[in-house]
Design a protein around this ligand. Structure first.
Ligand code: SAM
Length: 305
């Protein structure tokens, strides 16, 4: 876009800066509930961008209205899952002309379970600059209030809708050595908890609802506690679920020895150690050392691991 065609962005308050933006895509994070959860830089970008694009144009206009940011004749272009293929070329063409393009989804970070990814990928591949304007995301807000370990976590997105696919999906993520964050429809939370009980009823689980909003609620307990909680049957609003990592089962040395004693008479040390380690979820080398000492005492045969 030529400098001539640009209206100088209006200075709105001491807080909002109004310089022209460098060309490129700006992925603007927006509130997930409380409207004031927006950064000053996000407001600067919405004020100054040449082109505004949004998952829902009404949501963006409303947000700008709340924060007193005028459109100044700028159109808000829709960019969502159903029109992305049609809408993307126009945004790419604007970037080609040197425009700054701000994109926001309905809430939170526009690439987290929202349509911004392909746009960012294509813009980067075309050699234009992609800028993050970081801010809220329900996944991190939920992790923050959950009380679960935050040193390692995985965002798994929405579970699949059918029961069998969901069970396999849950089984897969639930075995990770990390806190697992998932988005779920409030109508399906109960079902997901019931399925989680089939996998691990004692798993510490958190249901975080309506974060940063008036009816925010954070419910913590084991999967079976929560499945039995009458509130789960009638949840309203937006929900994030979090699962703690599996607790390391404490395996007594006697259990390992008993399992090895059963096998060593008719297996090699290596095979017995491998099988017992797998069965009890223990490091193979540790079990092998024990098996070797048993074998040396005459309880089995020795060989190489
Ligand atoms: N891009 C958004 C983000 O970064 O948070 C997520 C968009 S995704 C389409 C919408 C899902 O996010 C909801 O179904 C819910 O699981 C979660 N979510 C969004 N806002 C929330 C809130 N205020 N409280 C709890 N969960 C929320």
């Amino acid at each position: 876009m030529s400098e001539k065609g640009r209206e100088p962005p209006q200075r709105l308050s001491a807080h909002i800066e109004a310089g022209p933006l460098a060309a490129g895509l700006y992925l603007v994070s927006t509130p997930i509930g409380t409207a004031r959860d927006i950064t000053l830089r996000a407001l600067d970008v919405l004020n100054s961008a040449d082109i505004l694009a949004a998952e829902d144009t009404r949501v963006m206009r409303h947000l700008m209205e709340i924060h007193g940011i005028p459109l100044r004749g700028r159109r808000v272009q829709a960019y969502h899952d159903h029109n992305a293929e049609r809408s993307r070329p126009a945004l790419m063409a604007a970037l080609q002309e040197g425009a700054s393009v701000a994109y926001a989804s309905d809430a939170g970070t526009p690439l987290v379970a929202d349509p911004g990814y392909r746009l960012a990928r294509d813009v980067a591949q075309a050699g234009f600059r992609v800028n993050a304007v970081p801010g809220p995301s329900a996944a991190l807000a939920a992790l923050s209030v959950s009380g679960l370990p935050s040193d390692r976590f995985l965002f798994a997105g929405f579970p699949p809708p059918t029961r069998s696919a969901r069970l396999a999906w849950l089984r897969h993520w639930a075995q990770l050595d990390a806190t697992v964050i998932l988005f779920e429809s409030p109508r399906r939370v109960n079902q997901t908890l019931t399925e989680l009980c089939e996998i691990d009823p004692n798993r510490m689980t958190v249901v975080a609802r309506e974060l940063t909003k008036k009816f925010e609620e954070v419910i913590r307990g084991t999967a079976s506690d929560l499945a039995a909680d009458p509130r789960m049957a009638n949840l309203k609003g937006e929900v994030v679920m979090l699962l703690d990592r599996p607790s390391a089962a404490v395996v007594e040395q006697d259990d390992i020895l008993a399992a090895l004693h059963l096998r060593l008479p008719h297996m090699s040390v290596k095979d017995a150690a491998k099988e017992v380690a797998q069965q009890l979820g223990l490091p193979r080398r540790e079990v092998y050392q024990l098996a070797l000492s048993l074998a040396a005492d005459g309880d089995g045969r020795s060989d190489e691991i």
